[in-house]
Design a protein around this ligand. Sequence first.
Ligand SMILES: Cc1cc2nc3c(=O)[nH]c(=O)nc-3n(C[C@H](O)[C@H](O)[C@H](O)COP(=O)(O)OP(=O)(O)OC[C@H]3O[C@@H](n4cnc5c(N)ncnc54)[C@H](O)[C@@H]3O)c2cc1C
Length: 219
Amino acid sequence: LAYYLKTNQIKGKVIVLDANPGPISKGPGFTAAYNDLYKDYIQYIPQAEVTAIDYAKKEVKTPLGEFKFDLANIIPPMKAGEIVRTAALGDRWANVRLPTFLSERDDRVYIIGDVIGNVPYPKSGQVAYNDGKIIAEHIAQRIAGKRPDEIANPLPDNICYSFVSSEESIWVSHKHNWDEAARQIRQQSTVDNNRSKPNGALALEWARGLWGDMFGPGA
Ligand SMILES: Cc1cc2nc3c(=O)[nH]c(=O)nc-3n(C[C@H](O)[C@H](O)[C@H](O)COP(=O)(O)OP(=O)(O)OC[C@H]3O[C@@H](n4cnc5c(N)ncnc54)[C@H](O)[C@@H]3O)c2cc1C
């Protein structure tokens, strides 16, 4: 949005009120972009939990004071869709039997993507996509007669690109391994907070790869 305002020379400002102490993913990359590219267009305010909204006055309240808005995009605390609670699979999120994607509460049900609660996987499109492929293979093997404990349990990797302008991107990636002795998932992450055009080209390549895989060649 700030890029759009700047490029089209539209008078306006994006005020980001974040309850966190800083951007939680690719923090230095985002902060550098805010300061270097969008100084006049973005004001990033950490530790600013939204406590109330006065729509009549078009005002958001935080412990740091009130902020006026023309247009507000309020992101409430996130939780799984209602179907998870209706099906008694979890409360805020639904847990799985690690290292599988089987529901902790019902092994006829697979839980994938953002909905899973007890994993360190980032809530990302890439993880949801990988989860889908992993469980498709799992289901195929169960149909072929294998028991769940006879089937391998690969874990999803992640990569998440963020464009900070029309051409430049930053990214973070995660590898996950199952530590059988500790019965825990180990996570290794790598980040590139230096925005660049080559990273932008990689981001587009990533997107085309996924679209091609999901929707067929030429998608
Ligand atoms: C602003 C934003 C930017 C993001 N940027 C990135 C990014 O750059 N890279 C990245 O990898 N990820 C990104 N993500 C995260 C990514 O979008 C999610 O992690 C991903 O979409 C999760 O996929 P999912 O299938 O688990 O859930 P969802 O995409 O939420 O899909 C769940 C679907 O289930 C449907 N549904 C719910 N209840 C029912 C029901 N009872 N019956 C039928 N359907 C139902 C919903 O309508 C929804 O379509 C971003 C997310 C946001 C919000």
